[in-house]
Design a protein around this ligand. Structure first.
Ligand code: 2AL
Length: 246
């Protein structure tokens, strides 16, 4: 099967890293296509970044539809444009935050999230509410690192994440920790070794959920609100999206 892993930010090095993490856990027959939008922010750290990146995610789904794609993953912890992406395809579309929340609740009753900047905490909080996981999450913690600090030399960022995870283990009364950024996908094993509680990472979680849905023949429902968008005219720079962009 072909899974298109969309990094919603435009940092190619992060896309590559996310793709590698996905391939490590994917079934040998699964083809992982890691992509990022051509337009948009280099990192996603606030509501504005998210709003702009959502259009890029939609572009990437439209491109994937031309290539035959069995499932999509939105690989940013805010799951930007997730529901819009689902409207554009029959294939399953999985956000890394929702994937991580689901798996965390299967192996623990309570988890904490360790994300990048404090400012992004509200985005995770809104997702917990939207998906119905608020009562499973004890605390949203921030390592206070900009997303791009996870690129190049990630060692200082890694130390801060481990420190925050240890604080969560000590003080939050939790059984598992969810990592709150796609850029942390390659750090999971090292964090797990240092912290000693299950560390749930969204990219890898989403790959296994996507494979499960495809194996089961479960597609995004086109009955109801996730039906294809109604055909209409778009104007200006979005004219190409008129009539569903088909
Ligand atoms: C993210 C993420 O996963 N990728 C990105 O650019 N911003 N979200 C986050 N909370 O760090």
């Amino acid at each position: 099967m072909r899974i298109r892993v969309i990094n919603p930010n435009t940092t190619a090095a992060m896309t590559e890293k996310i793709g590698e993490a996905a391939r490590k856990v994917a079934h040998p027959d699964t083809v992982i296509i890691a992509t990022n939008p051509r337009n948009g922010p280099v990192s996603i750290e606030c509501h504005f970044d998210e709003a702009v990146s959502a259009v890029g995610v939609a572009d990437e789904v439209r491109a994937g539809e031309q290539e035959g794609t069995d499932a999509y993953i939105v690989a940013c912890f805010g799951d930007p444009g997730l529901f819009a992406a689902r409207e554009l395809t029959r294939a399953p579309v999985i956000g890394i935050a929702e994937a991580a929340f689901h798996l965390a609740t299967l192996i623990s009753t309570r988890f904490s999230i360790v994300t990048t900047l404090r400012r992004t905490g509200i985005i995770a909080e809104h997702l917990l509410q939207t998906y119905g996981f608020s009562h499973h999450c004890r605390r949203i913690r921030a390592a206070d690192i900009p997303v791009l600090d996870l690129e190049d030399d990630a060692a200082p960022a890694l130390s801060k994440i481990i420190e925050e995870c240890l604080q969560a283990k000590e003080h939050d009364d939790i059984g598992a920790i969810v990592l709150g950024c796609g850029g942390m996908a390659d750090l999971t094993a090292e964090i797990q070794r240092n912290v000693g509680v299950p560390i749930v990472e969204g990219v890898t979680a989403a790959v296994k959920l996507a494979e499960s849905l495809v194996s089961l023949g479960l597609e995004t429902s086109k009955h109801g609100d996730l039906a294809f968008p109604p055909a209409k005219q778009f104007i200006g720079q979005y004219a190409h999206l008129s009539n569903n962009g088909a």
